[in-house]
Design a protein around this ligand. Sequence first.
Ligand code: PLP
Length: 433
Amino acid sequence: MDISRSEEIFAHARQLVPGGVNSPVRAFSSVGGTPRFIERASGPFLYDVDGNEYVDLICSWGPMLLGHAHSEVIHAVGAAVAHGTSFGAPTEVEAKLAEAIIERTPVDQVRMVNSGTEATMTVIRLARGITGRDLIVKFAGCYHGHVDSLLVAAGSGVATLHGGEPSSPGVTAGTTADTLVVDYNDRAGLEAVFAEHGDRIAAVMAEASPGNMGVVPPSVVDGENFNAFCKRVCHAHGALFISDEVMTGFRVTRSGQFGLDGVEPDLMTFGKVMGGGFPAAAFGGRAEYMAHLSPVGGVYQAGTLAGNPVATTAGLKTLQLADDAVYERVDRAAEIVRGETGRALEEAGVPHVINSNGSMFSVFFTDQPVTDFASAQTTDTKRYAAFFHAMLDAGVHLPPSAFETWFCSSTHHDSVLDRITSALPAAARAAAA
Ligand code: PLP
């Protein structure tokens, strides 16, 4: 496979942009090699600047539920662009997108922002404003964007009870002092944190079903899902439960994780699919909570491009097109890729665990159950790198990191899936080596 043009651009881009990329994982740091510079995409395919075609199992890290360059989305966006790209004044399409989100999820109102990071940053400000409390609990291995106070080291036993340590230079200890970290799915750990700090905790924030340490679904104990447990504990102590549906929202079902477990959080965050491939995200909740937000209430939030007419048009069209048939196709594609990957790894004798939540799934190269960040980290990243590159050489683009979710779109039809299936045995043998 000729990748000389990607190599050239990468070398040049590294002079201009740290690591040559605008979001770290794109740089292939954990798998090695040269990231493919993409020129265009269509349906389930990416095309790089050297003219190579790849079946895309990243789907822009989630947003492209309908596949790339869906003709109706592109048409709607084109029409929106022709009318002007930003007004700094309200538009009807923002209200329509808000309505589409509210109709699908258990929120009464939403506020639009530009990224998932902004949504989570603002929702914790809102939770603190509503409760008048400072502390936020997050779970080790959950990622909520690069908000300073949520960039906290994944949970060692010490971090579990005594607050997190910043996981990035530049994040002050003061900022993260108000963040408590508990292991995911650790019910006793959450109860212990509440026993110690309960009257100071504003909210618990969880990925609705984590996908950022690879897929680690909420556990079910005595019929109670982990999200339901978190909400119950929060309410017993006057705290709010925030579900981060940036990744799961409008992807694992028409409404997101809520469609799978029915747990109604106090506040929610959305992004990815609802932006249709553009920078759009949102947070929402019950009207009484959202009334704390400016200009109605005192909790401040604003954005020059928030609710941008082009982005909201793309998001609205995407949600409108995401009917039952779309979800059936995405679920089926995911099921086939999961099954075939498992079979190939089995045949090659590679220890593995495949976790899934609806159509989100990921493969851990480990022989133990993966239920939290510590167990996710037992995955053999060298095996993943070998597997990843063998797939890439065969024209299948997996996420370039072992701790990510694999995503399918409704355009991953059988002929596309066959290409994945044929690439798997050699990749599994590479992982076995
Ligand atoms: N929350 C979750 C669950 C995410 O997966 C992400 C991004 O991957 C974010 C928040 C941050 O979103 P963004 O990258 O749009 O800032």
